[in-house]
Design a protein around this ligand. Structure first.
Ligand SMILES: Cc1cc2nc3c(=O)[nH]c(=O)nc-3n(C[C@H](O)[C@H](O)[C@H](O)COP(=O)(O)O)c2cc1C
Length: 200
């Protein structure tokens, strides 16, 4: 996890979950925007990106800001644990963070989180989450997926679990289809995340 020494600003910590939506190409821009908007509000923000295996198809570690951002994958969860007494990464991240934002939240992880499944690093962080801490999700999917009735059911389930759902927007998606389902813009998501942190 990032080192917070050597900066006078108060430090806040974000777990940024990334899943297998093409909108994960915006994860580096989102991380930069959260850090910048935090600075504008007098906060130093450290970010732990928890990426699913599918998310890693859409961005590279080198694209993330070097300072204050660490990338964790499912491999880290298991490489850091060898025997009883070793730290368990998803528990450490849950303790470390002040807020969790999943951006993008794809349909698969939406279904898993809404139903309590936890089969990778990110979903384990969310399943172990301290319910006193804020949590946000930013869905991103094809318009037909978004309009499927199961989406409304699962979105309502997430809201009932205390997740703030940052609604997707309507535009031409990467697949060429037009309609609701694109992830909200990184600057908009960053503003909601930083507002949660500044309010604490
Ligand atoms: C190129 C490509 C783009 C995709 N974009 C999306 C998307 O925007 N939203 C979505 O829900 N699934 C999308 N998928 C499907 C997910 O990657 C797939 O459901 C995957 O199993 C999700 O795994 P995860 O939830 O563990 O990240 C896409 C798949 C591919 C191959």
């Amino acid at each position: 996890m990032a080192d917070s020494s050597g900066d006078a600003l108060p430090v806040k910590r974000v777990v940024l979950g990334a899943t297998g939506s093409v909108a994960s190409i915006k994860v580096p821009a989102l991380a930069r925007s959260i850090i910048q908007q935090g600075r504008e509000r007098g906060l130093r923000i450290e970010i732990a990106v928890a990426a699913s295996a599918s998310a890693l198809h859409f961005f590279r570690r080198e694209q993330l800001p070097e300072a204050d951002v660490t990338l964790y994958t499912d491999k880290d969860e298991w490489s850091q644990w060898k025997t009883i007494g070793d730290p368990v990464l998803h528990i450490e991240l849950r303790k470390w963070a002040d807020v969790c934002v999943v951006a993008p939240l794809d349909a698969n992880t939406m279904a898993k989180v809404a139903n309590g499944f936890c089969d990778n690093l990110l979903t384990c962080v969310l399943r172990a989450w301290d319910m006193a801490k804020p949590r946000l999700v930013c869905p991103a999917m094809n318009p037909m997926m978004w309009e499927h009735p199961i989406t409304a059911t699962q979105t309502a389930a997430l809201e009932a679990l205390g997740f703030v759902v940052v609604s997707p927007i309507s535009k031409t998606l990467a697949c060429g289809d037009v309609g609701m389902g694109a992830m909200a813009e990184p600057e908009v998501i960053a503003k909601v995340v930083v507002a949660q942190l500044a309010a604490k």
